[in-house]
Each structure stands twice: as C-alpha cells, then as structure tokens.
Ligand binder design. Structure first.
Ligand code: COA
Length: 176
C-alpha cells in the first residue's frame, strides 16, 4: 500500500487584533448551534468537502457517515464551543458550516469550515470564520488556530485575509 504525505500548515491568529465582524449578505441568515442540528452540520460538511483535497487527506470528510461520526466526535469534545459553531441558511436550506472547540482551556481551534459549491465566492466562508473567532473571543480566548492542507489555496487565502499566519508545517501520512 502506498503512503502519501500531505503537507499541511498550522495557522494561528491573535484574537485581540482579529476583525470578528460577520455580516451576511441577503438573503442568508445565521443559525446558532442547537443539539437537533448535528446531522445538518454533518450533511453540509459532507456536501462542502466531497471531491475536495481534504477529502483525500481525511477520507471521512468525503463520506456522509464519516461526516456524521466526525460531527458527533466534535460535539463530544470537552471544549466544544456552541458560540463558535454556526451554520448559514439560505432560501433553499443550509449552505455553510463551521465548528469551534476550546483546546486545553487556552486556545480556540476551528474544526472544519465548509460552504457548499453553488454558494462559494459570496463571502460566506469569511463570515463563518469571523463568526467562529467572535465565539472564541466571547469565551475569553486570545488565540485561535486551524490546520489547512498546503494545496488548498482558497482556504489559505481566506485564512490569511482574516489574520491567520503560518505557525508550523506538518505532514499527514495517508494510506492511498
Ligand atoms: C474554503 C471555503 C470555505 C471558502 O468559502 P467561500 O464562501 O467561497 O469564501 P469567501 O467567498 O468568503 O471568500 C473569502 C476569501 O477567500 C479567498 N478565496 C475564496 N475562494 C477562493 C478561490 N477559489 N481561489 C482563491 N481564493 C479564494 C479569497 O481571498 C476570498 O476573498 P475575496 O473574495 O475578497 O477575494 C470553500 O471554498 C470550501 O468550502 N471549500 C471546501 C472545504 C474546505 O476545503 N474547507 C477548508 C478546510 S481547511
């Protein structure tokens, strides 16, 4: 079995300097976390990640049941932060998702951000990240991080724009 190593970056942001303004364009609306929404987050995650580079790095992201399992795992984490966990709804249903957890009581960690393909390029990804950062600030945190695959140019550009900077390079081994 061949092993592929995917280069990834850990990126961090200083929350005291980050812009957490998160206004949505019409007709989109914020949907705060609610226990009944777990499956909807999972479905939007699946529809956002299928076919994307991260679904190769983390095969569960390209699988509907994998996304449900992952979402349930995120929800069970001790530091799960409802204030940093949001969906965006449009007239035809849910179109974007982000989840945040507090790691070791000290730093916010963005888990997955995804916008389903027909709704990309409208500023929704940026709004989701800013809204999650706002949730971390509300929880009294001063720093946040995430990890991103080096080839995911759209996501890296978005994170840089919001204030994230590269802190570390990592390699993820995947059995192909
Ligand atoms: C990454 C993702 C969430 C961006 O969502 P989006 O709603 O399209 O992003 P936005 O419209 O808010 O764009 C914000 C910024 O991101 C960058 N960006 C977004 N899409 C881009 C693209 N296709 N190419 C280059 N830059 C892009 C730009 O800097 C953009 O700012 P600008 O519009 O002022 O140029 C979306 O592409 C996605 O769901 N991808 C698949 C899942 C994924 O890889 N998630 C990230 C895991 S780490």
């Amino acid at each position: 079995m061949a092993i592929t190593y995917y280069k990834r970056f850990r990126m961090e942001v200083d929350l005291d300097r980050a812009d957490t303004t998160s206004v949505l364009p019409r007709p989109f609306e914020w949907v705060p976390w609610d226990e009944t929404l777990l499956e909807h987050h999972a479905e939007v995650k699946y529809r956002s990640f299928i076919g994307e580079v991260d679904a190769y790095v983390f095969p569960c992201l390209g699988d509907r049941y994998g996304c449900r399992r992952l979402m349930a795992e995120i929800r069970r984490k001790a530091g799960f932060l409802p204030a940093a966990t949001w969906m965006i709804a449009g007239p035809e249903g849910y179109v974007g998702t982000v989840q945040g957890v507090c790691h070791r009581g000290q730093i916010g960690a963005i888990q997955n951000v995804g916008v389903i393909p027909p709704y990309r390029g409208l500023g929704l990804g940026r709004a989701l990240i800013r809204r999650a950062l706002g949730g971390f600030c509300q929880a009294g945190l001063h720093r946040a991080y995430l990890e991103v695959t080096a080839g995911n140019d759209a996501a890296i550009r978005l994170y840089r724009e919001v204030g994230f900077r590269r802190a570390k390079t990592l390699y993820k081994a995947v059995d192909e």
